[in-house]
Design a protein around this ligand. Structure first.
Ligand code: GLU
Length: 407
């Protein structure tokens, strides 16, 4: 099944428990607008190329469309639609006044020079500028996009429209209107949510073994926080593969290896494992922090963790969800677990519009409150209706979206 089909199945599960009528569900499944376009790029050697670009504006009944831009060869319309839909659910789960959207370019940015990447980023904005803006649609970073790229995009938007608020893009660098705490927000939010779940399950966190698939911005920051808090990180991986040590890995040392040699697999701190093997390692908490469709009906039965914390978007298929839930493995869904990123994006947007700059302590204090409230709403719904946490989260979100649609 495609990512978008999976996303709609998740919605159906929640809609059924909520008893929503067919018309309401059909409306929730339909994106408001889809942009699919060519992004032209002149390479450094002068040759012209073009890449497929996307923006899906899914739902804005609760506020401006909000969501990142992904640069990855796997990007296609189905994936962007799924990601945009999950953003609409996510902003509603954490109850921030934003809707859902997502964008991307089907490209491998690792094959581009810095100058090419800048031209590509600016070309995406040149096409989308009339359709985005602080009160319309506010893009942000996602896989392979970062503050530098957001700065180029915000600058291009300013050049085209004259809007100097900076609020049309979030995830900018601190010197260009970015928020304190945005860089680490996704990992931080996931960490707060995990703490709440451990407390709700009455699980002691010291020494609990954690395996993390994906060592990008979010996975890496989560690993640092978890290690500091007393969890033992026994396995990590990136796109090239993973390493495992039952006594724990030193995350800072592994990050250094990745920076210097390009991958965690260059580290000699543990045994080499493939990304597939990594998911099935003996551990207490499994953290998929890479891409979609990693835990499927093929491997869900082999997962040994008691908790799956989804920092990636869409890592678990609906069939896998059913298998895990039957084994009473708690899956903390992406729309809750990784919502810290968009929450601090919302704080950034708010600061830009008010011309304020909040301290990191203030940002994290606000983030913690948002994440704890979201967890409680999801947990209570799960308890009340005897559903898994994903269905609980979708029920919370869908209720809020439907309420907003009524006006
Ligand atoms: N790309 C992130 C996500 O999937 C953040 C989106 C945002 O900050 O708008 O939630």
């Amino acid at each position: 099944m495609s990512a978008f089909e999976n996303a709609l199945k998740q919605l159906d599960n929640a809609a059924q428990t909520l008893g929503l009528d067919f018309g309401t569900v059909a409306k929730l499944k339909d994106p408001d607008r889809v942009y699919e376009f060519e992004v032209p790029l002149v390479m450094d050697n002068g040759s012209p190329r073009s890449f497929r670009g996307y923006r899906v504006q899914f739902n804005n009944s609760r506020g401006p469309y909000k969501g990142g831009i992904r640069l990855h060869p796997q990007v296609d319309l189905d994936e962007v639609k799924a990601l945009a839909f999950w953003m609409a659910i996510k902003t509603a789960v954490v109850n921030i006044p934003m809707g859902g959207g997502k964008g991307g370019v089907s490209v491998n940015p690792k094959e581009l020079s810095s100058a090419e990447l800048e031209r590509l980023s600016r070309a995406w904005v040149a096409y989308m500028a009339p359709h985005i803006g602080p009160h319309q649609d506010v893009p942000a970073p996602d896989v392979n996009t970062n503050p530098r790229i957001m700065d180029w995009m915000a600058d291009e938007y300013k050049n085209i429209t004259g809007d100097a608020s900076g609020a049309a893009f979030t995830g900018k660098s601190l010197g260009r209107g970015g928020s304190e705490g945005r860089r680490t927000a996704t990992g931080q939010g996931a960490f707060y949510v995990l703490g709440e779940l451990m407390a709700a399950l009455g699980m002691e966190l010291a020494g609990k073994r954690v395996v993390i698939q994906g060592f990008g911005n979010a996975g890496h920051h989560f690993a640092l926080l978890a290690q500091k808090a007393g969890y033992t990180i026994v396995g990590v991986s990136d796109s090239k593969g993973g390493i495992y040590h039952p006594d724990g890995l030193n995350i800072e040392a592994i990050m250094k290896t990745k920076e210097e040699q390009g991958s965690v697999v260059a580290s000699d701190a543990g045994t080499s494992v493939s990304n597939r093997e990594l998911l099935e390692l003996a551990c207490d908490i499994l953290v998929p922090a890479a891409l979609e469709n990693q835990i499927t009906k093929e491997n869900a039965g082999n997962i040994q963790a008691k908790v799956v914390l989804e920092i990636a978007n869409g890592p678990t298929t609906p069939e896998a969800d059913a298998i895990l839930w039957a084994k009473k493995i708690y899956v903390v869904p992406d729309v809750l677990a990784n919502a810290g990123g968009v929450t601090v994006s919302y704080f950034e947007w708010d600061q830009n519009l008010k011309n304020e700059h909040w301290s990191e302590a203030e940002v994290f204090q606000k983030l913690e409150t948002v994440m704890k409230n979201a967890f409680k709403a999801v947990w209570d719904t799960h308890k009340e209706h005897d559903v898994d946490l994903r269905t609980g989260a979708f029920m919370v979100a869908v209720r809020r979206i439907v309420e907003a649609t009524k006006g």
